[in-house]
Design a protein around this ligand. Structure first.
Ligand code: ATP
Ligand code: MG
Ligand code: FE
Length: 344
């Protein structure tokens, strides 16, 4: 089954072709980061308009790359939520129009399910059940995953998400927007010189809290006579040590609690080298195995949506509906992952 997937929940337009027999055939991405940078954050209306501009050229690009035609597509997947309403509407309406025109089934994918399943796009994909750490710009969650749509929340952030903490701390250090990746590069050049707290490291639950850490960075920054390059690197170093220590310890706790031996990491912060290093070391000590998406599939992309959609469309194949009514659509800017069900 050949599935075309669209991602447009925020500031990345992603399109991909996934084949249930042959795997990922092609994917293309346009990031709007440069366009929003001037405003210091994502401007929703600009995001929607840019998705409109990019979606069809990117679709053409993946079809050409995979040597496929629109007529060969068996199903369409699109991000239905959560995300920016206008941005979601662009991907959703294009996907539903194409599905109607081609008379193929379509499925609305939960963006976080996309992130969560992204590691399964790689070789040696982990088998269910596993513990998943989802650390993105908007979420920091630990889950027990027993299959597609079978997600039990084990822990969540009480305030900022891990990626959000990286971005906000980067801003405090004058590193621009979105500063998470820059902060992590500078951290790798820093040294142990400052001390920052490890919020909730020893709390009995699997929850996180990162907003106090950001405040601690602000206090530290204000104390510095001057914020020279080495000071920025050293603060970044300690910040990264704190976040990665907390994430690693909570993941190990989750493995212990669930008695599982497999951990799957996804979301933008999953691209962090220090986090990967710490998780690999800690997991090896427990005889556990860790899986990650390739770096480019940690952040938003079309491949994860095409894949999650293919898993669901494949399971629903028997009940394909092509009535006009089936192509009405809605988006879900707010959508709890726990509401998902396994495909029947
Ligand atoms: P969500 O999926 O929760 O709606 P999102 O789509 O914005 O949020 P992602 O695209 O998964 O999130 O990830 C983006 C986040 O990942 C940003 O906050 C960014 O700073 C962070 N990030 C990316 N690379 C790194 C890195 N190497 N180290 C730390 N953080 C990183
Ligand atoms: Mg993004
Ligand atoms: Fe995302």
């Amino acid at each position: 089954m050949l599935v075309l997937g669209f991602e447009s929940s925020c500031d990345e337009t992603g399109v991909a072709l996934y084949d249930t027999e042959q795997g990922l055939l092609a994917h293309a991405l346009h990031s709007q980061i440069a366009m929003h940078a001037a405003y210091g954050g994502v401007v929703p209306e600009l995001a929607s308009r840019d998705h409109i501009r990019r979606a069809l050229p990117l679709t053409q690009q993946v079809l050409t790359h995979a040597s496929k035609t629109l007529q060969e597509i068996d199903g369409i997947a699109y991000t239905q939520g959560p995300g920016l309403a206008g941005a979601l509407l662009v991907g959703t309406s294009i996907a539903q129009s194409l599905a109607f025109a081609l008379q193929v089934p379509s499925v609305g994918v939960h963006h976080l399910e996309g992130h969560l399943l992204a590691p399964l796009l790689e070789e040696n994909r982990p088998a269910f059940p596993f513990v998943a750490l989802l650390v993105s710009g908007g979420h920091s969650q630990l889950m027990r995953v027993d299959g597609i749509g079978q997600y039990a929340l084990l822990g969540d952030t009480l305030d900022d998400a891990a990626g959000e903490a990286f971005d906000k701390t980067a801003k405090l250090l004058g590193l621009g927007y979105p500063g998470g990746p820059t902060l992590s590069k500078l951290a790798d050049l820093g040294q142990a010189r400052f001390q920052l707290p490890r919020p909730m490291l020893n709390s009995p639950d699997l929850n996180f809290s990162f907003s106090g850490l950001k405040t601690a960075v602000l206090t530290l920054v204000n104390k510095q006579p001057q914020l020279d390059d080495q000071t920025v690197r050293d603060i970044a170093f300690e910040f990264q040590e704190s976040v990665t220590e907390i994430l690693t310890l909570k993941c190990m706790k989750a493995l212990k609690q669930t008695k599982l031996k497999r951990l799957v990491v996804s979301g933008g912060v999953g691209a962090n080298t220090r986090l990967r290093q710490r998780l690999n070391e800690a997991a090896a000590k427990r005889g556990a195995q860790v899986s990650y998406p390739r770096l480019e599939f940690c952040t938003d992309n079309g491949a994860m949506i095409a894949f999650a959609g293919a898993m669901r469309l494949n399971a629903m194949q028997t009940q394909t509906e092509t009535s006009t009514q089936a192509y009405s659509f809605s988006v879900r800017p707010r959508w709890d992952l726990a509401e998902l069900k396994a495909p029947a």
